[in-house]
Design a protein around this ligand. Structure first.
Ligand code: ATP
Ligand code: MG
Length: 500
Protein backbone atom coordinates (compact mmCIF):
# COMPACT_ATOMS: atom_id res chain seq x y z
CA UNK A 1 0.00 0.00 0.00
CA UNK A 2 1.24 3.48 -0.83
CA UNK A 3 2.45 5.64 2.02
CA UNK A 4 0.18 8.43 3.19
CA UNK A 5 2.86 11.03 2.58
CA UNK A 6 6.34 10.84 1.18
CA UNK A 7 8.86 13.65 0.93
CA UNK A 8 11.80 13.25 -1.42
CA UNK A 9 14.90 15.43 -1.35
CA UNK A 10 13.17 18.56 -0.11
CA UNK A 11 15.61 21.46 -0.15
CA UNK A 12 15.04 25.04 0.97
CA UNK A 13 17.74 27.67 1.19
CA UNK A 14 17.36 30.96 3.03
CA UNK A 15 19.95 33.71 2.64
CA UNK A 16 21.85 32.68 5.78
CA UNK A 17 21.04 28.99 6.15
CA UNK A 18 20.24 25.84 4.31
CA UNK A 19 17.03 25.17 6.26
CA UNK A 20 16.22 21.86 4.54
CA UNK A 21 18.98 19.88 2.85
CA UNK A 22 17.60 17.04 0.69
CA UNK A 23 15.19 15.83 3.34
CA UNK A 24 13.41 12.56 2.64
CA UNK A 25 10.93 10.92 4.97
CA UNK A 26 7.61 9.16 4.90
CA UNK A 27 4.60 8.45 7.06
CA UNK A 28 2.21 5.55 6.57
CA UNK A 29 -1.51 5.26 7.14
CA UNK A 30 -2.21 4.27 10.71
CA UNK A 31 1.02 5.81 11.93
CA UNK A 32 2.21 8.76 14.01
CA UNK A 33 5.60 10.00 12.84
CA UNK A 34 7.46 12.28 15.22
CA UNK A 35 10.01 14.78 13.95
CA UNK A 36 12.58 16.04 16.43
CA UNK A 37 15.62 18.27 16.16
CA UNK A 38 17.31 21.26 17.70
CA UNK A 39 15.98 24.79 17.41
CA UNK A 40 16.51 25.90 13.84
CA UNK A 41 17.00 22.35 12.53
CA UNK A 42 14.34 22.99 9.88
CA UNK A 43 11.24 21.20 11.20
CA UNK A 44 8.73 24.03 10.82
CA UNK A 45 10.11 24.98 7.42
CA UNK A 46 9.58 21.41 6.21
CA UNK A 47 6.01 21.32 7.47
CA UNK A 48 5.24 24.73 5.98
CA UNK A 49 6.43 23.35 2.64
CA UNK A 50 4.07 20.39 2.94
CA UNK A 51 1.19 22.71 3.84
CA UNK A 52 1.88 25.06 0.93
CA UNK A 53 3.05 28.03 2.99
CA UNK A 54 6.67 27.93 1.83
CA UNK A 55 7.90 27.07 -1.64
CA UNK A 56 10.78 24.55 -1.70
CA UNK A 57 13.75 25.06 -4.03
CA UNK A 58 13.68 21.39 -4.90
CA UNK A 59 12.10 18.11 -4.01
CA UNK A 60 8.91 16.15 -4.34
CA UNK A 61 5.80 15.76 -2.24
CA UNK A 62 3.97 12.48 -2.82
CA UNK A 63 0.51 11.84 -1.38
CA UNK A 64 -0.74 8.23 -1.57
CA UNK A 65 1.82 7.44 -4.23
CA UNK A 66 0.95 10.40 -6.45
CA UNK A 67 3.35 13.36 -6.84
CA UNK A 68 1.46 16.58 -6.07
CA UNK A 69 2.02 20.31 -6.32
CA UNK A 70 1.14 22.12 -3.16
CA UNK A 71 1.39 25.87 -3.60
CA UNK A 72 -1.13 27.04 -1.00
CA UNK A 73 -2.91 25.69 2.08
CA UNK A 74 -5.95 25.36 -0.16
CA UNK A 75 -4.06 22.81 -2.28
CA UNK A 76 -2.89 21.01 0.83
CA UNK A 77 -6.42 20.79 2.22
CA UNK A 78 -7.68 19.48 -1.12
CA UNK A 79 -5.09 16.68 -0.81
CA UNK A 80 -6.30 15.82 2.68
CA UNK A 81 -3.47 17.54 4.56
CA UNK A 82 -4.34 19.56 7.67
CA UNK A 83 -2.11 21.57 9.96
CA UNK A 84 -2.41 22.76 13.54
CA UNK A 85 0.01 25.63 14.06
CA UNK A 86 1.72 26.44 17.29
CA UNK A 87 0.30 29.92 17.15
CA UNK A 88 -3.37 29.37 16.60
CA UNK A 89 -4.94 30.99 13.59
CA UNK A 90 -8.40 31.38 15.11
CA UNK A 91 -10.54 34.52 15.06
CA UNK A 92 -10.94 35.39 18.73
CA UNK A 93 -14.27 37.24 18.82
CA UNK A 94 -15.92 34.53 16.67
CA UNK A 95 -17.63 31.46 18.07
CA UNK A 96 -16.32 27.91 17.80
CA UNK A 97 -18.83 27.09 15.06
CA UNK A 98 -17.95 30.20 13.06
CA UNK A 99 -14.26 29.42 13.26
CA UNK A 100 -14.67 25.82 12.24
CA UNK A 101 -16.65 26.60 9.09
CA UNK A 102 -14.84 29.82 8.17
CA UNK A 103 -13.79 29.56 4.52
CA UNK A 104 -15.65 26.30 3.89
CA UNK A 105 -19.19 27.32 4.72
CA UNK A 106 -21.86 24.98 3.36
CA UNK A 107 -24.63 26.39 1.16
CA UNK A 108 -24.06 29.23 -1.28
CA UNK A 109 -21.97 32.34 -0.58
CA UNK A 110 -25.17 34.38 -0.53
CA UNK A 111 -26.88 32.07 1.90
CA UNK A 112 -24.75 30.06 4.26
CA UNK A 113 -26.58 26.96 5.42
CA UNK A 114 -25.92 27.45 9.14
CA UNK A 115 -28.32 24.78 10.31
CA UNK A 116 -26.54 22.20 8.20
CA UNK A 117 -23.13 23.42 9.35
CA UNK A 118 -24.21 23.15 12.97
CA UNK A 119 -25.48 19.60 12.53
CA UNK A 120 -22.30 18.49 10.78
CA UNK A 121 -19.92 20.15 13.22
CA UNK A 122 -21.88 18.93 16.24
CA UNK A 123 -21.71 15.37 14.90
CA UNK A 124 -17.93 15.62 14.49
CA UNK A 125 -17.57 17.20 17.92
CA UNK A 126 -19.40 14.18 19.40
CA UNK A 127 -17.50 11.64 17.38
CA UNK A 128 -14.15 13.09 18.45
CA UNK A 129 -15.29 13.36 22.06
CA UNK A 130 -14.19 17.02 22.15
CA UNK A 131 -17.05 18.41 24.26
CA UNK A 132 -16.79 21.85 22.69
CA UNK A 133 -19.56 24.39 23.17
CA UNK A 134 -20.10 25.50 19.58
CA UNK A 135 -21.46 28.88 20.66
CA UNK A 136 -18.59 29.77 22.97
CA UNK A 137 -16.31 32.57 21.82
CA UNK A 138 -12.69 31.59 21.18
CA UNK A 139 -11.35 34.30 23.50
CA UNK A 140 -13.18 32.69 26.43
CA UNK A 141 -11.71 29.23 25.87
CA UNK A 142 -8.66 27.72 27.58
CA UNK A 143 -5.73 27.04 25.25
CA UNK A 144 -6.35 23.31 25.25
CA UNK A 145 -9.87 23.84 23.99
CA UNK A 146 -8.72 26.32 21.36
CA UNK A 147 -6.43 23.65 20.06
CA UNK A 148 -9.37 21.27 19.77
CA UNK A 149 -11.10 23.88 17.65
CA UNK A 150 -8.08 23.92 15.34
CA UNK A 151 -8.17 20.14 15.08
CA UNK A 152 -11.93 20.09 14.54
CA UNK A 153 -11.45 22.67 11.81
CA UNK A 154 -8.87 20.51 10.03
CA UNK A 155 -11.02 17.40 10.28
CA UNK A 156 -14.13 19.25 9.13
CA UNK A 157 -12.08 19.97 6.00
CA UNK A 158 -11.51 16.20 5.71
CA UNK A 159 -7.87 16.11 6.73
CA UNK A 160 -6.50 12.57 6.71
CA UNK A 161 -2.89 13.59 7.24
CA UNK A 162 -2.66 15.84 10.25
CA UNK A 163 0.45 17.89 11.02
CA UNK A 164 0.93 19.22 14.55
CA UNK A 165 3.86 21.61 15.11
CA UNK A 166 4.68 21.70 18.84
CA UNK A 167 1.06 21.13 19.83
CA UNK A 168 1.78 20.48 23.50
CA UNK A 169 4.02 23.47 24.21
CA UNK A 170 1.13 25.37 25.75
CA UNK A 171 -0.94 22.48 27.11
CA UNK A 172 -1.31 21.29 30.67
CA UNK A 173 -0.23 17.67 31.25
CA UNK A 174 -3.91 16.68 31.38
CA UNK A 175 -4.69 18.43 28.07
CA UNK A 176 -1.63 16.86 26.47
CA UNK A 177 -2.81 13.43 27.60
CA UNK A 178 -6.20 14.01 25.96
CA UNK A 179 -4.51 15.14 22.76
CA UNK A 180 -2.49 11.91 22.66
CA UNK A 181 -5.61 9.80 23.12
CA UNK A 182 -7.17 11.65 20.22
CA UNK A 183 -4.09 11.16 18.04
CA UNK A 184 -3.90 7.43 18.70
CA UNK A 185 -7.57 7.06 17.83
CA UNK A 186 -7.20 9.22 14.75
CA UNK A 187 -4.47 7.01 13.28
CA UNK A 188 -6.16 3.79 14.33
CA UNK A 189 -9.00 4.83 12.05
CA UNK A 190 -6.54 4.67 9.16
CA UNK A 191 -5.30 8.27 9.11
CA UNK A 192 -1.75 9.57 9.50
CA UNK A 193 -0.17 12.19 11.74
CA UNK A 194 3.10 14.09 12.01
CA UNK A 195 3.97 15.33 15.47
CA UNK A 196 6.73 17.83 16.23
CA UNK A 197 7.84 18.32 19.82
CA UNK A 198 10.81 19.14 22.01
CA UNK A 199 9.37 17.04 24.82
CA UNK A 200 11.07 13.77 24.06
CA UNK A 201 9.17 11.78 26.68
CA UNK A 202 5.97 12.68 24.82
CA UNK A 203 7.48 11.78 21.50
CA UNK A 204 8.24 8.33 22.87
CA UNK A 205 4.76 8.00 24.28
CA UNK A 206 2.77 8.90 21.21
CA UNK A 207 4.76 8.12 18.06
CA UNK A 208 5.44 4.94 16.09
CA UNK A 209 8.61 6.16 14.42
CA UNK A 210 10.80 9.19 14.95
CA UNK A 211 12.83 11.07 12.37
CA UNK A 212 15.69 13.15 13.73
CA UNK A 213 16.81 16.28 11.86
CA UNK A 214 20.01 18.19 12.48
CA UNK A 215 21.17 21.29 10.56
CA UNK A 216 18.55 20.71 7.88
CA UNK A 217 19.50 17.07 7.25
CA UNK A 218 17.93 13.79 8.29
CA UNK A 219 20.21 12.11 10.84
CA UNK A 220 18.12 8.97 11.00
CA UNK A 221 14.73 7.41 11.61
CA UNK A 222 14.14 5.01 14.47
CA UNK A 223 11.31 2.82 15.66
CA UNK A 224 10.15 4.65 18.73
CA UNK A 225 9.74 1.53 20.84
CA UNK A 226 13.43 0.74 20.39
CA UNK A 227 14.74 4.15 21.45
CA UNK A 228 15.00 6.32 24.56
CA UNK A 229 14.99 9.98 25.52
CA UNK A 230 18.77 9.81 25.94
CA UNK A 231 19.35 8.33 22.51
CA UNK A 232 17.07 10.83 20.79
CA UNK A 233 18.77 13.70 22.63
CA UNK A 234 22.17 12.43 21.55
CA UNK A 235 21.08 12.09 17.91
CA UNK A 236 19.61 15.60 17.96
CA UNK A 237 22.40 17.45 19.66
CA UNK A 238 25.36 15.27 18.74
CA UNK A 239 26.52 14.86 22.36
CA UNK A 240 25.27 13.61 25.73
CA UNK A 241 22.73 15.90 27.36
CA UNK A 242 22.57 16.07 31.14
CA UNK A 243 18.91 16.12 31.95
CA UNK A 244 19.09 17.18 35.58
CA UNK A 245 19.97 20.61 36.92
CA UNK A 246 23.07 20.78 39.12
CA UNK A 247 22.22 23.08 41.99
CA UNK A 248 23.83 23.55 45.40
CA UNK A 249 21.91 24.83 48.43
CA UNK A 250 22.43 28.52 49.13
CA UNK A 251 21.46 30.79 51.99
CA UNK A 252 19.44 33.58 50.42
CA UNK A 253 20.33 37.22 51.11
CA UNK A 254 18.20 40.32 51.54
CA UNK A 255 14.65 40.65 50.26
CA UNK A 256 14.73 41.99 46.71
CA UNK A 257 11.07 41.68 45.80
CA UNK A 258 8.29 42.02 48.33
CA UNK A 259 4.63 41.71 47.42
CA UNK A 260 1.91 42.52 49.94
CA UNK A 261 -1.84 42.20 49.42
CA UNK A 262 -1.59 42.54 45.65
CA UNK A 263 -4.97 42.94 43.97
CA UNK A 264 -5.45 43.31 40.22
CA UNK A 265 -8.43 43.04 37.90
CA UNK A 266 -8.69 40.93 34.78
CA UNK A 267 -11.48 40.55 32.23
CA UNK A 268 -11.95 37.02 33.49
CA UNK A 269 -12.67 37.01 37.26
CA UNK A 270 -10.83 33.69 37.67
CA UNK A 271 -7.61 35.39 36.58
CA UNK A 272 -7.97 38.44 38.85
CA UNK A 273 -5.48 38.65 41.71
CA UNK A 274 -7.25 38.54 45.04
CA UNK A 275 -4.60 39.51 47.55
CA UNK A 276 -1.18 37.98 46.92
CA UNK A 277 1.76 38.22 49.30
CA UNK A 278 5.26 36.74 49.09
CA UNK A 279 8.93 37.65 49.04
CA UNK A 280 11.89 36.75 46.87
CA UNK A 281 15.39 37.12 48.28
CA UNK A 282 18.71 37.65 46.57
CA UNK A 283 20.20 34.33 45.57
CA UNK A 284 17.00 32.32 45.52
CA UNK A 285 14.64 31.02 42.88
CA UNK A 286 10.98 31.13 43.84
CA UNK A 287 8.81 29.11 41.51
CA UNK A 288 5.16 29.76 40.78
CA UNK A 289 3.37 26.58 39.79
CA UNK A 290 -0.22 26.33 38.70
CA UNK A 291 -2.47 25.50 35.80
CA UNK A 292 -2.24 28.33 33.31
CA UNK A 293 -4.99 30.91 33.62
CA UNK A 294 -5.04 31.16 37.41
CA UNK A 295 -3.62 34.65 37.58
CA UNK A 296 0.04 33.97 36.77
CA UNK A 297 -0.01 36.20 33.70
CA UNK A 298 -1.68 39.00 35.66
CA UNK A 299 0.85 38.66 38.48
CA UNK A 300 3.79 38.95 36.10
CA UNK A 301 2.18 41.91 34.33
CA UNK A 302 1.60 43.73 37.62
CA UNK A 303 5.16 43.18 38.86
CA UNK A 304 6.68 44.31 35.58
CA UNK A 305 4.64 47.51 35.44
CA UNK A 306 2.32 46.39 32.67
CA UNK A 307 -0.92 46.10 34.65
CA UNK A 308 -2.25 48.47 37.34
CA UNK A 309 -2.69 47.02 40.83
CA UNK A 310 -3.61 47.83 44.41
CA UNK A 311 -1.46 46.76 47.33
CA UNK A 312 2.26 47.12 47.86
CA UNK A 313 5.21 45.95 45.81
CA UNK A 314 8.72 46.83 46.99
CA UNK A 315 11.77 46.44 44.81
CA UNK A 316 14.84 46.26 47.03
CA UNK A 317 12.76 47.87 49.77
CA UNK A 318 11.50 50.70 47.56
CA UNK A 319 8.08 51.35 46.09
CA UNK A 320 8.33 52.35 42.44
CA UNK A 321 5.90 53.95 39.98
CA UNK A 322 3.74 51.30 38.30
CA UNK A 323 5.56 51.72 35.00
CA UNK A 324 7.57 49.24 32.97
CA UNK A 325 10.37 51.74 32.44
CA UNK A 326 10.68 52.56 36.13
CA UNK A 327 11.02 48.95 37.27
CA UNK A 328 13.33 48.11 34.42
CA UNK A 329 15.64 51.01 35.21
CA UNK A 330 15.71 49.88 38.82
CA UNK A 331 17.06 46.50 37.71
CA UNK A 332 14.20 44.18 36.91
CA UNK A 333 14.50 41.89 33.90
CA UNK A 334 11.55 40.14 32.35
CA UNK A 335 11.34 37.10 30.11
CA UNK A 336 7.74 37.40 28.90
CA UNK A 337 5.56 34.40 28.15
CA UNK A 338 4.49 35.71 24.78
CA UNK A 339 7.72 36.17 22.89
CA UNK A 340 6.13 37.41 19.68
CA UNK A 341 3.99 40.08 21.34
CA UNK A 342 6.20 41.30 24.13
CA UNK A 343 9.62 39.74 23.81
CA UNK A 344 10.70 40.87 20.36
CA UNK A 345 9.74 43.40 17.76
CA UNK A 346 9.38 41.02 14.83
CA UNK A 347 10.49 43.52 12.19
CA UNK A 348 13.53 44.68 14.15
CA UNK A 349 17.00 43.25 13.53
CA UNK A 350 18.79 41.11 16.11
CA UNK A 351 20.88 44.15 16.97
CA UNK A 352 17.81 46.21 17.77
CA UNK A 353 16.05 43.39 19.55
CA UNK A 354 19.08 42.90 21.81
CA UNK A 355 18.75 46.40 23.29
CA UNK A 356 14.96 46.65 23.50
CA UNK A 357 13.98 48.47 26.65
CA UNK A 358 17.49 49.85 27.21
CA UNK A 359 17.98 51.49 23.83
CA UNK A 360 17.68 55.05 25.21
CA UNK A 361 20.37 54.56 27.85
CA UNK A 362 24.11 54.29 28.03
CA UNK A 363 26.03 52.73 26.41
CA UNK A 364 23.56 52.42 23.52
CA UNK A 365 22.57 56.08 23.43
CA UNK A 366 24.98 58.78 24.51
CA UNK A 367 23.93 62.44 24.47
CA UNK A 368 20.93 61.60 22.34
CA UNK A 369 22.87 59.69 19.69
CA UNK A 370 22.68 55.95 19.06
CA UNK A 371 26.09 54.36 19.42
CA UNK A 372 26.21 51.89 16.55
CA UNK A 373 29.46 50.21 17.63
CA UNK A 374 28.32 49.59 21.19
CA UNK A 375 24.99 48.25 19.98
CA UNK A 376 26.64 45.91 17.49
CA UNK A 377 29.15 44.68 20.05
CA UNK A 378 26.40 43.95 22.55
CA UNK A 379 24.36 42.01 20.01
CA UNK A 380 27.42 39.95 19.04
CA UNK A 381 27.99 39.10 22.66
CA UNK A 382 24.37 37.95 23.18
CA UNK A 383 24.36 35.90 19.98
CA UNK A 384 27.68 34.23 20.83
CA UNK A 385 27.10 33.60 24.52
CA UNK A 386 23.57 32.31 24.08
CA UNK A 387 24.28 30.30 20.94
CA UNK A 388 21.68 32.06 18.82
CA UNK A 389 21.58 30.50 15.36
CA UNK A 390 22.21 31.72 12.76
CA UNK A 391 25.00 33.91 14.18
CA UNK A 392 23.62 37.09 12.67
CA UNK A 393 23.03 40.54 14.12
CA UNK A 394 20.97 41.58 11.09
CA UNK A 395 18.16 39.05 10.83
CA UNK A 396 14.62 40.29 11.47
CA UNK A 397 12.99 38.84 14.58
CA UNK A 398 10.36 36.99 12.58
CA UNK A 399 12.95 35.01 10.63
CA UNK A 400 14.26 33.16 13.69
CA UNK A 401 13.02 29.71 14.58
CA UNK A 402 10.90 29.63 17.74
CA UNK A 403 13.63 28.45 20.07
CA UNK A 404 16.29 30.82 18.76
CA UNK A 405 13.96 33.78 19.22
CA UNK A 406 13.60 32.68 22.83
CA UNK A 407 17.39 32.52 23.25
CA UNK A 408 17.72 36.15 22.11
CA UNK A 409 15.25 37.25 24.77
CA UNK A 410 16.85 35.21 27.55
CA UNK A 411 20.28 36.48 26.52
CA UNK A 412 19.18 40.10 26.46
CA UNK A 413 17.45 39.91 29.83
CA UNK A 414 20.24 38.06 31.65
CA UNK A 415 23.13 40.04 30.22
CA UNK A 416 21.96 43.41 31.58
CA UNK A 417 23.00 42.36 35.07
CA UNK A 418 19.57 42.56 36.72
CA UNK A 419 18.75 42.46 40.44
CA UNK A 420 15.47 40.64 39.95
CA UNK A 421 14.54 38.36 37.08
CA UNK A 422 10.94 37.48 36.36
CA UNK A 423 10.98 34.56 33.98
CA UNK A 424 7.69 33.37 32.49
CA UNK A 425 7.90 30.05 30.62
CA UNK A 426 11.61 30.67 29.93
CA UNK A 427 12.16 27.46 27.97
CA UNK A 428 8.87 27.08 26.11
CA UNK A 429 9.62 25.80 22.62
CA UNK A 430 13.33 25.49 23.35
CA UNK A 431 15.25 22.31 22.48
CA UNK A 432 16.68 19.98 25.09
CA UNK A 433 20.27 21.18 24.74
CA UNK A 434 19.21 24.81 25.00
CA UNK A 435 16.99 24.08 28.02
CA UNK A 436 20.02 22.64 29.77
CA UNK A 437 21.94 25.80 28.90
CA UNK A 438 19.23 28.28 29.96
CA UNK A 439 18.76 26.43 33.24
CA UNK A 440 22.50 26.60 33.92
CA UNK A 441 22.47 30.34 33.21
CA UNK A 442 19.55 30.98 35.56
CA UNK A 443 21.17 28.99 38.36
CA UNK A 444 24.54 30.70 37.80
CA UNK A 445 22.80 34.09 38.08
CA UNK A 446 21.09 32.96 41.28
CA UNK A 447 24.45 31.92 42.66
CA UNK A 448 25.76 35.41 41.93
CA UNK A 449 22.90 36.84 44.00
CA UNK A 450 20.08 37.36 41.52
CA UNK A 451 16.53 37.04 42.88
CA UNK A 452 14.46 34.95 40.47
CA UNK A 453 10.72 34.59 40.20
CA UNK A 454 10.04 31.69 37.86
CA UNK A 455 6.59 31.10 36.40
CA UNK A 456 6.27 27.90 34.45
CA UNK A 457 3.59 25.48 33.38
CA UNK A 458 6.26 22.78 33.26
CA UNK A 459 6.29 21.12 36.66
CA UNK A 460 9.65 19.50 36.05
CA UNK A 461 11.15 22.87 35.36
CA UNK A 462 9.62 24.44 38.46
CA UNK A 463 10.76 21.57 40.64
CA UNK A 464 14.29 21.37 39.36
CA UNK A 465 15.08 25.12 39.45
CA UNK A 466 13.19 26.43 42.46
CA UNK A 467 14.31 26.71 46.07
CA UNK A 468 10.71 27.32 47.14
CA UNK A 469 7.47 26.81 45.23
CA UNK A 470 4.24 28.78 45.50
CA UNK A 471 1.12 27.32 43.95
CA UNK A 472 -1.48 29.64 42.43
CA UNK A 473 -5.15 28.85 42.06
CA UNK A 474 -7.87 31.27 40.95
CA UNK A 475 -5.88 34.38 41.76
CA UNK A 476 -4.64 33.26 45.18
CA UNK A 477 -1.63 31.49 46.56
CA UNK A 478 -2.87 28.10 47.72
CA UNK A 479 0.28 27.07 49.49
CA UNK A 480 4.04 27.07 49.65
CA UNK A 481 6.35 24.07 49.48
CA UNK A 482 10.09 23.69 49.84
CA UNK A 483 11.66 22.21 46.72
CA UNK A 484 12.34 18.89 48.44
CA UNK A 485 8.76 18.45 49.68
CA UNK A 486 7.19 19.36 46.33
CA UNK A 487 6.15 15.95 45.07
CA UNK A 488 4.05 15.86 41.94
CA UNK A 489 1.11 14.73 44.07
CA UNK A 490 1.28 17.55 46.58
CA UNK A 491 1.69 20.09 43.82
CA UNK A 492 -1.16 18.55 41.87
CA UNK A 493 -3.59 18.83 44.79
CA UNK A 494 -2.72 22.47 45.43
CA UNK A 495 -2.97 23.21 41.72
CA UNK A 496 -6.50 21.81 41.77
CA UNK A 497 -7.35 24.15 44.64
CA UNK A 498 -7.26 21.50 47.37
CA UNK A 499 -5.37 22.20 50.60
CA UNK A 500 -4.09 19.08 52.32
N1 ATP B 1 11.63 33.46 6.30
C1 ATP B 1 12.86 33.14 6.66
N2 ATP B 1 13.92 33.87 6.26
C2 ATP B 1 15.19 33.54 6.61
N3 ATP B 1 15.50 32.48 7.36
C3 ATP B 1 14.50 31.71 7.80
C4 ATP B 1 13.12 32.00 7.48
N4 ATP B 1 12.35 31.06 8.06
C5 ATP B 1 13.17 30.22 8.70
N5 ATP B 1 14.47 30.60 8.55
C6 ATP B 1 15.65 29.91 9.08
O1 ATP B 1 15.58 28.55 8.74
C7 ATP B 1 16.10 27.72 9.80
C8 ATP B 1 15.10 26.66 10.16
O2 ATP B 1 14.01 27.26 10.83
P1 ATP B 1 12.75 26.42 11.35
O3 ATP B 1 11.75 27.40 11.84
O4 ATP B 1 12.34 25.46 10.31
O5 ATP B 1 13.40 25.62 12.57
P2 ATP B 1 12.69 24.60 13.59
O6 ATP B 1 13.35 23.27 13.42
O7 ATP B 1 11.22 24.64 13.44
O8 ATP B 1 13.17 25.21 15.00
P3 ATP B 1 12.37 25.41 16.41
O9 ATP B 1 12.50 24.12 17.15
O10 ATP B 1 13.17 26.48 17.10
O11 ATP B 1 10.98 25.82 16.09
C9 ATP B 1 16.44 28.68 10.93
O12 ATP B 1 17.82 28.92 10.92
C10 ATP B 1 15.69 29.94 10.60
O13 ATP B 1 16.33 31.09 11.09
MG1 MG C 1 9.62 25.32 14.68
Amino acid sequence: MAKALELRNITKRYPLVLANDRISLDVGWGEVLAIVGENGAGKSTLMKIVYGLVKPDQGEIIVEGVPVHVTSPRDAIAKGIGMVHQHFMLVEPFTVLENVILGSEPGSPAQIDLARARTEVEALNKELGFNLDLDAKIEDLAVGLQQRVEILKAIYRKARILILDEPTAVLTPQEAEELFEFLRKFVQQGNAAIFISHKLAEVIRVSDRTTVIRDGKVVGTVNTKDTSVEELARMMVGREVILTVQKTPKTPGEVMLEVEGLVAQSHNPKHSLKGISFQVRAGEVVGIAGVEGNGQTELVEALTGLRPYLGKVRYGGQELPQKARAVREWGLSHIPEDRNQRGLVLDFSTRENCILGDHYRKPYTIMGFLEADNIEQHARMVVENFDVRPRSTELAGRRYSGGNAQKIIVGRELSRDPRVLIAAQPTRGVDIGAIEFIHEQIIAARDRGLAVLLVSADLNEVRSLSDRILVMFEGRIMGELKAEEATEERLGLLMAGIRA
